[in-house]
Ligand binder design. Sequence first.
Ligand code: URA
Length: 216
Amino acid sequence: MRIAREEKSRYLNPSDELPHFANLREAEISAATCRRCPLWERATQTVFGAGANHARVVFVGEQPGDVEDRKGLPFVGPAGKLLDRALNQAQINRDLCYVTNAVKHFKWEPLGQRRLHKKPTSREIQACCPWLHAELELIQPEIVVGLGATAAASLFGVPVRIADVRGKLTHVESVGRTCLITAHPSSVLRAPDPKTRDVEFDRLVQDLTLLQEFAG
Ligand code: URA
């Protein structure tokens, strides 16, 4: 088993272009065996995007969390529940949207019995970027929403400060589309106290309200 894994790791080739995919299902099947970076080794599975095939709005998170890694679906754990609540409040219908991540494997390290989320490196974000672009090519959304710094870095192609770009519909050259950058739902969950959490939640809802005419 160990030899087989090492054998596969040798075939990492993050600079290779992806083949052309006829549809999202074809891309998802191919992504299931992706070896463009080492993150596949410790993850349960590739978590590809999910949702409406021709969504006008695509949401991009950072990477699947512990729950998503087990279930194989994006944003179905605690951050996903908060996102759902914010979407409801902003009157956005998640079923009309497509939800995915900048990085499609769960990166973690052990902490006792728990699997602790670890931030992806810029190399890992870059290695996974062609999958996001393949999804966008196939869906052709009007708006791409970057949730948090990793998604923003993937979309802009360079690290950006959320505070500098947040809350406005902006044409992003590297994506060739209109993007909206806002906070990651996990950052709202991590707020230091309930009052700050409420303020951050309301700010997220306010940003998402900009999407009403596309997915309301
Ligand atoms: N956080 C993310 O960025 N994506 C998920 O799918 C879940 C949590």
